[in-house]
Design a protein around this ligand. Structure first.
Ligand code: SF4
Ligand code: SF4
Length: 452
């Protein structure tokens, strides 16, 4: 798989990337992660990629970072470590291939951190390696092309994207039977969405608009999206590109100045736009970035509406970036308990929820990337195609864990709050012929909410 990416590697560029990116970012937190592993391997079972191979265990993937660290900073690394290969100043070609392979087998889901007795975030160490890979030009070309389109701002010149967005706005208007507010300043809710969401679940977005209208909320939508799925650069390890995109988003949010910015996606956008963006630019926002479940749960508890309840057996999948990385667990459960007297938890849930294998990285389903490339008009070359095909195996393996859990619960519907989780789990459900449906929670809520 990795030769697809590393075939024409520039070793000098890689050395520079290791010096500039890796060593420069070792702060006290990273230092703790690098120094504190007791090699107990407790993290192995938590990772969605270990069923594919033990080499993808969190501690093994992060070992590449530790080897680089030891070479320069520990006595052992400077002495015996250099002799027996436990430390490395840079990496040899085969080691680079291994590093790139590891990088694409981590979604930064955070599960390893919660089971580690030392609290080590291996995902953060692997993310550092991802940044090294990006700086050295070791990114699958299909991902890079889509990401650059977003960073450059030229995504709006893609006719298919404009059509999807304008089609979505028309659909909202026709369903509501009136014009919808666009780019309105100082509203209670700025309803935020990306092109990706307009493409994969326009009906969910229309239903959100209907809920806002039913509840007579002072809301606004965006006349133009702020990216394809911004900040895509973040999951490719392009820190500078991510900052550029986040600045655009920040400027728009600041100009609109709503009380809430509400997202329907609980993927990597959630922690990025809620926490990271404001930390990078050292801004204390006047608005609050929330997931749709947070706002609806809050309004439900304030008795702004009621929810018609049923006996249907339903379950909830916690998206990693909304839950583990974002801290949102209770709000969706308030809504789930209101939706059905028969809400059951999956065996692994909350901080221990098994990742769908795509959410915080991995860049979505191969078929989704292929569809996106077609819309943009990019031809996927043979190497990129091979790379995309190779990402299916982990999806099948991680999906089996999730499907086994769904089967144990016997839920007729799995609800969640992230478009990639919906796609990934639906893929596994279809692959293993499981008898359930995977939906965004808004899908069910929209028809059951009644204004008080
Ligand atoms: S669980 Fe923590 S301490 Fe144990 S091997 Fe994994 S990273 Fe190291
Ligand atoms: S962050 Fe998630 S995917 Fe990455 S190593 Fe840890 S458990 Fe595995």
């Amino acid at each position: 798989m990795t030769q697809v990416i590393t075939e024409q590697i520039n070793m000098e560029a890689l050395k520079k990337a290791i010096d500039d990116v890796f060593y420069n970012q070792i702060d006290s937190t990273i230092l703790y992660y690098l120094q504190s592993c007791v090699n107990c391997k407790a993290c192995e079972a938590a990772c969605p990629f270990t069923p594919t191979s033990l080499k993808y265990s969190p501690v093994n993937k992060a070992e590449v970072a530790r080897q680089l660290y030891r070479y320069r900073f520990t006595v052992w690394g400077r002495t015996i470590g250099r002799a027996i290969g436990g430390s490395k100043k840079y990496l040899k070609l085969d080691e680079v291939e291994t590093m790139v392979d590891y990088v694409w087998h981590c979604t930064n889901c955070g599960a390893c951190m919660f089971v580690c007795p030392m609290g080590i975030d291996s995902g953060a160490l692997i993310d550092l390696l991802r940044q090294v890979a990006f700086k050295a030009g070791l990114v699958p070309s299909i991902y890079k092309e889509i990401e650059q389109l977003e960073v450059s701002g030229k995504y709006w010149e893609v006719k298919a994207f404009r059509d999807a967005w304008e089609g979505l706005i028309s659909k909202m208007k026709s369903q509501l039977g009136k014009d919808i507010p666009l780019d309105k300043k100082s509203s209670e809710v700025l309803f935020y969405a990306s092109i990706y969401e307009a493409l994969v679940y326009p009906d969910v977005l229309v239903k959100v608009a209907k809920i806002l209208d039913t509840l007579k909320v002072d809301w606004t939508f965006m006349s133009k999206p702020l990216g394809i799925r911004p900040p895509l650069a973040l999951i490719l390890g392009d820190k500078e590109g991510a900052a550029e995109v986040m600045k655009r988003i920040l400027d728009y949010f600041t100009e609109m100045s709503p009380k809430y910015v509400m997202l329907t996606s609980g993927g990597f956008e959630y922690p990025a736009l809620r926490y990271m963006m404001h930390e990078i630019f050292e801004i204390k926002p006047k608005y609050e970035v929330v997931h749709v479940t947070e706002l609806l749960a809050k309004w439900y508890e304030m008795k702004r509406f009621t929810i018609e309840s049923t006996d249907e057996l339903i379950t909830w999948h916690d998206p990693c970036q909304l839950g583990r990385r974002g801290g949102v667990f209770e709000a969706p459960r308030v809504l789930m308990r209101a939706l059905s007297k028969n809400f059951k938890e999956l065996p692994s849930h909350g901080v221990n929820s098994i990742c769908c294998s795509r959410g915080g990285g991995g860049c979505g389903l191969p078929t989704m990337i292929e569809d996106m490339a077609k819309l943009i008009g990019i031809t996927i070359d043979e190497k990129s195609k091979k790379f995309l095909d190779s990402t299916i195996v982990p999806l099948i393996n991680a999906g089996k864990l999730k499907v086994d859990e769904i089967n144990k619960v016997k839920a007729s519907e799995v609800l969640t709050g992230c478009p990639v989780c919906i796609e990934s789990i639906s893929f596994a459900v279809n692959y293993y012929h499981a008898n359930t449906q995977v939906k965004h929670i808004v899908d069910l809520l929209a028809d059951r909410i009644k204004k008080v």
